[in-house]
Ligand binder design. Structure first.
Ligand SMILES: C[S@@+](CC[C@H](N)C(=O)[O-])C[C@H]1O[C@@H](n2cnc3c(N)ncnc32)[C@H](O)[C@@H]1O
Length: 195
């Protein structure tokens, strides 16, 4: 084995170790760890939002890119992922490349709280309650009327959903949001089903 090849292997090992550490550490530091959405839940959410071909979907915290790939491949959307972890960006980009959807998927390294979201037709965000509260003001400022917002796992306090999947905890909102909450939505749904 030549010295150059040995050096190459050592540098590759160091690069993989750094990416591995970043993979674990960065999401933990944000307080929004990487928990991937399982495939049937992604499909349910995108169906709920009735995403159309050529619409622009943003995944806020794109993880390994699975939502972007499904939105592009199964629904013909243009999917943009914003992700703060460089390792996840790299994996998401590689997965999109191997899935053959790089013409419809882009990965942006950065913080979704400071990203311009004005061009979005659909927002997808897998959140904790703390991040949902923090993100609400940013979405109210940025999004155009008619934009749909899908939140997974946590709801937007103060916004009444326009649809809700109770088994998979998927919340759909339309901008501008209707004041209220999950309770007002459920009360209205109960009273219409009683009629
Ligand atoms: C719960 S995971 C969701 C992953 C993917 N959207 C999915 O549903 O499979 C949240 C992701 O958001 C990323 N993240 C957390 N805070 C972020 C921020 N402020 N800006 C961009 N990405 C962030 C984490 O690194 C993690 O990959």
């Amino acid at each position: 084995m030549t010295f150059t090849f040995q050096l190459f292997l050592i540098l590759m090992g160091i690069a993989i170790a750094i990416l591995g550490i970043l993979w674990i550490v960065v999401p933990i530091f944000t307080g929004l760890p990487w928990i991937p959405t399982h495939r049937p839940r992604i499909r349910k959410a995108l169906d709920l939002a009735q995403i159309q071909p050529d619409e622009i979907l943003f995944d806020l915290g794109a993880g390994d890119g699975r939502v972007l790939i499904d939105a592009a491949r199964e629904y013909g959307a243009h999917a943009i992922g914003i992700e703060v972890s460089p390792s996840h960006c790299l994996i998401a980009w590689s997965r999109a490349l191997f899935a053959g959807v790089l013409d419809r998927v882009s990965i942006r390294f950065g913080n979704f709280y400071s990203h311009n979201l004005a061009e979005a037709d659909v927002i997808y965000a897998y959140l904790t309650p703390k991040h949902a509260t923090r993100l609400r003001a940013h979405l109210e400022q940025q999004l155009r009327p008619g934009t749909r917002v899908l939140t997974i796992s946590a709801d937007m306090d103060g916004w009444e959903p326009s649809a809700f999947d109770s088994s998979d905890l998927i919340f759909l909102y339309r901008m501008p949001p209707t004041p209220g909450g999950l309770e007002t939505y459920l009360t209205k749904r109960e009273s219409t089903s009683e009629r």
